[in-house]
Design a protein around this ligand. Structure first.
Ligand SMILES: *Cc1c(COP(=O)(O)O)cnc(C)c1O
Length: 348
């Protein structure tokens, strides 16, 4: 690969970042008169730790990575945006992604006036590394892969991902938002071998923390340093830092919930298969099923009328006829099955 210094935009390489009061003083003190905070309304009168070390130490131990390899963002959305801003010169540099996949890569690229080229997956949603590498041009800086992929649910082949990591000179981002639901291993263990790798994870899915907005980017300390340099100084608020620690401290409970969701996924797959309007259920390594049905729009609207919302993916590349159904709690899944059975009775 090219080294990171060479890949990063020159203005970012040369940037002198804002230095906050909490950044400049490190150490123990009892009287803080440096940040123009109010002395009242403790503890929220104080600015939070800009580098979130307490939380990172916990994540480092849960995920078995060095704490200097962790960047924390306001959801995964933040590192997705910051990576594009750090490495892509607007109007010149480009990113590559797969189709279908998560919509935020394209949106973040569009906002930054960076072209996003998308390479169609095979009909079974598998990845062909050579298709992707063939589309790399002189200005391609980032490749976004999502595995397990959204909205398809499948894990991408490790071999093909290795080919992308070895064959591309720029940065490869693997979005592992759904990795906890998969029996395949994470790419976190590959970080030391591939300095051009960034792995994204989140508290929003298996950990049950979508509301507190905490995304994690794991990468070399050099890449983490670049993201830290351009983020808002206090991007993770105190409430989120505290709640995230609490969530990470209930890992065992989370694993129990995870097992329940995986059991329900199997149960739902079997139950949905029985409906005559279900044409296909794609294999899932995530907490949702992509289900191909006869009349997706009609079923979608019928369910809305019944107060049940699924995601209509009918117009997405390779997903014609498909609804994406999140696996809920047993009683929620039961409601969905009951409503579908009722529709069958009405429509014959
Ligand atoms: C849900 C999801 C995320 C999570 O985004 P957050 O901003 O962390 O909530 C990231 N990537 C993919 C592919 C997702 O489906």
């Amino acid at each position: 690969m090219k080294n990171v210094r060479e890949l990063v935009r020159p203005n970012i390489r040369n940037l002198k970042p804002y230095s906050s009061a909490r950044n400049e003083f490190q150490g123990n003190a009892s009287v803080f008169l440096d940040a123009n905070e109010s002395p009242y309304n403790e503890p929220f009168n104080r600015y939070p730790d800009p580098l979130q070390w307490k939380l990172k130490d916990k994540i480092a131990s849960v995920r078995k990575v060095e704490r200097t390899s962790i960047f924390l963002g306001n959801g995964s959305d933040e590192p997705i945006d910051l990576l594009i801003r750090a490495f892509c010169e607007p109007g010149i540099d480009t990113i590559l992604s797969i189709d279908p996949s998560y919509g935020m890569y394209q949106v973040a690229a569009d906002i930054n006036h960076v072209a996003c080229h998308k390479i169609r997956l095979n009909d079974d949603f598998s990845l062909d590394a050579s298709d992707l590498l063939q589309a790399v041009g002189p200005h391609t800086k980032l490749i976004f892969l999502c595995s397990p992929n959204n909205p398809t649910g499948n894990i991408l082949s490790r071999e093909e991902i290795y080919k992308v990591l070895s064959g591309f000179e720029g940065i490869v981002v693997i979005d592992e938002a759904y990795i906890d639901f998969s029996s395949s291993p994470t790419f976190l263990r590959e970080l030391t071998q591939f300095p051009n790798l960034v792995v994204l994870q989140t508290l929003s899915k298996a950990w049950g923390g979508a509301g507190i907005r905490l995304g994690m980017a794991f990468a070399s300390p050099e890449i983490v340093g670049i993201l830290n340099k351009i983020k808002y100084p206090y991007n993770i608020n105190q409430l989120t830092q505290e709640r995230a620690l609490e969530l990470l401290n209930r890992e065992e409970a989370m694993k129990g919930e995870l097992l329940e969701i995986l059991n329900e996924r199997t149960r739902m797959e079997t139950a949905l298969r029985e409906f005559p309007f279900v044409k296909k259920i794609f294999p899932s390594d995530a907490n949702f099923l992509l289900v191909k049905v006869d009349d997706p729009n009609a079923i979608y609207h019928y369910l809305v009328e019944e107060g049940i919302i699924v995601r209509n993916r009918h117009t997405v590349t390779l997903c014609e006829g498909c609804l994406r159904i999140t696996i809920g709690a047993p009683e929620q899944n039961k409601r969905l099955l009951e409503r579908l059975a009722e529709r069958l009775l009405i429509n014959g």
